[in-house]
Write a new protein. Structure first.
Length: 330
């Protein structure tokens, strides 16, 4: 497994990381699914340990994933062990009425950090992220000041921002203009390349970059089929409809045939595209089983630059149209 520096920090991360949202299970916020359907804790622990055996050293989670369960499982698997880099997030919580709300107050961040440390069984969080904080939260200053206090107190080693799915530029610019934080998490895949200017600017500034959704909820692995539906407690039930699936498959199938001729699987092609973008530190596919860990740990294809060139040649207008449909779903 290739190891890369995380920006100019002292962290080194595996080029393929472990996205730990799905192991949180079938969490709900009122009637809204905020997970991936049911999960089995034993299988999740086996997936975490298998991933580590295969060279995956970077694990990304959030206190909102499974409402703490994802962090608890990572804590059970690794605790305070050396050799793993743990990133988690803060800012999302369940509102009194049962829906999703955000809280970037200093008091909430401080208490949430302590709770995450307990669940993770760690002395410090390697990389702590504001979970989709917007300009108004950053501009208020309270959340940034608290992240700095936590860093100075040794509760966290570094901090950064997990950016908006479709419009990452304003919040990234806010931190980059002020030299704040150590990195960004953002969406990057062969369909959604809106973050490319942010990645270039982050690279120039020495910030680390975590690329998420490289597989676009499994849609870019070739495993999702036309007409497929998802259980009501799986967030994909409202995010991936028949039109999005069909249009993506129409676009991607010729690309997959070409990359297949190179001996590259659809999953490997998707991961290779993101990993080949200059400035990307690690790519975090969602993993929930040992088999998926084995699939994803294959990682970056030989000749990843060739795969990237082929992906870049996909029709930009068709990609943009599919991303617009996804944005409308939220």
């Amino acid at each position: 497994m290739e190891m890369r520096p995380f920006g100019t920090t002292d962290l080194r991360v595996s080029v393929v990381g472990f996205g730990a949202w799905a192991i949180g299970g079938a969490a709900m916020a009122g009637s809204t699914p905020i997970g991936w359907g049911p999960s089995d804790d034993r299988t999740s622990l086996d997936a975490l340990r298998r991933a580590f055996d295969l060279g995956i050293t970077f694990y990304d989670t959030a206190d909102f994933y499974g409402l703490g369960k994802s962090e608890e499982l990572i804590g059970q698997a690794f605790g305070n062990a050396d050799g793993v880099v743990i990133a988690t997030k803060v800012g999302h919580r369940i509102a009194p009425g049962g829906g999703v709300t955000v809280d970037y107050s200093a008091g909430h961040i401080r208490a949430a950090c302590e709770a995450s440390l307990r669940r993770l069984k760690r002395d410090a969080i390697d990389y702590y992220q504001l979970h989709s904080a917007r300009l108004e939260h950053l501009d208020a200053g309270e959340c940034i000041e608290e992240m700095e206090r936590l860093r100075e107190a040794g509760k966290i080693r570094h901090w950064g921002l997990s950016l908006n799915t479709f419009h990452p530029e304003p919040e990234a610019a806010f931190l980059l203009d002020r030299g704040l934080g150590s990195g960004f998490q953002l969406v990057l895949n062969v369909l959604n390349r809106r973050a490319l200017p942010v990645i270039e600017r982050a690279r120039a500034a020495g910030a680390g970059v975590i690329a998420r959704m490289a597989l676009q909820f499994g849609l870019l692995t070739g495993a999702v089929r036309r007409g497929q539906t998802f259980p009501e407690n799986d967030h994909r039930s409202f995010r991936l409809d028949g039109e999005i699936i069909a249009r993506t498959l129409d676009l991607m199938e010729p690309f997959w045939r070409k990359t297949g001729d190179l001996g590259v699987t659809p999953t490997q092609a998707a991961l290779s595209y993101a990993a080949a973008v200059p400035g990307v530190s690690t790519v975090i596919p969602g993993i929930r089983t040992p088999e998926q860990a084995e699939r994803d740990a294959v990682g970056v294809a030989p000749g990843a630059d060739v795969v990237k060139e082929m992906a870049d040649a996909l029709p930009a207008d068709a990609c943009a149209a599919i991303v617009a449909l996804m944005e409308a779903k939220g």
